[in-house]
Design a protein around this ligand. Sequence first.
Ligand SMILES: [Zn+2]
Length: 436
Amino acid sequence: MKKISSRAISVFLIAALVITGMCYFVKEDYLHGRKWAMYFSMFNPEAEGELLDRNGVMLAAFNREARVYAKDWPTRVANYHVTGDYVGMTGTGLLTHFWGSASDYDFLHGIKNEKSGSLSLGIDAETNNYAYQLLSQYGKGTVMMMNYRTGEVICLVSSPSVDPAYPVEEPEDGSYVNRALTATYTPGSTFKLITSAAALENVPDLENMTFHCYGELDIAGVKITCMEAHGTQTFEQALANSCNCAFAKITYMNVGQRLMVQYVTDYGFLNGHTIDGIYTSAGNYPTEFVGDPELAWSGIGQSTDQVCPFSMLRYVAAIANGGLLAEPTFLKGGSGEKTTPLLNPATAVRLQELMRNNVTSHYEEEVDFSGLPFCAKTGTAETGAGTSHSWFTGFLQDEDHPYAFVAVIEEGGFGLWAAGLMVNDIFQHMLETGTA
Ligand SMILES: [Zn+2]
């Protein structure tokens, strides 16, 4: 009996040891599994070539003996979320994406099958350097710009970032996240551009209606507020004032949840997308019945609304291009004939005018755009923690500079005063240096 029980204890101890060991490995796998998993998507060891920006600036160069990055630190850090690295620490980097060992990208010239050759991007490394320097002064966030006629992405930065040539053991939290493609944020008032489209197409006589704002609106005991009482406004003025009371009413009284869900879905805000085969994040909007107060909040970009910056960029790019989305691409020269009809052309044209009016009637009074023909919408998205994400999105109505943009500064405060100033600064810099 004694023998049996001591044997039982031994078996128990061995079992305990095995379970402890397993727990250790499960924990290690949990903590470092991402890194382990990434090694499977490693850069192809056979690859030879280089990754260049639109002006031929080397962002990365590689052969069987050596793998290097851009020579200077600012270029490596600012362009990290475009290039990625040779080990695949960020899932969206072009190095592992285009020269990954598992796939053939035969639509690319030069690296078909043999995995070698140069790849020229539409990205302007110098603009990225400038944009990253500005953005990182504000803190965390992202800026992305594309040519809305060709689909060519010319700028993408995400902060914080890392230097891929000298990776540190513990980088700042979220450094490997490409915030333009894989983050989602409460959109705040930028979402009124979507509510506007639904209203323009479904509310008869919308533009002859007036909306009175007392500064606050009570919906079944829930208070919707504005920064000030906007008084009597047309629809156009309500958008320029970014009047929460007017858009709350329009959402729950005139448009309704079924149509809101339909438009949010049709414009691609609920699903993820791809850019050159790289996956972007899906967003969120209340699709189940929520009742009037919550529905009203959702129409002004609060509630459980979540938007990926990339989804917002493709929406405003399609507005700028008359309703037709030129598919975004990192490749120099753009996506050619690859287009997707996203909005009704008449709606797109009216939204262009409304976004231009936002700028001429309001934003220009506060920011010196130095003659740049911005069409835009600001967003000051409440985070629920007493802070706000600063959004600025839109485009330049200028055939010489046909660029659409989206910018988010996390906890950056008012849309115009953080993201708006930053985007203007980047464009002014591009014009001064002739990079655009
Ligand atoms: Zn108001």
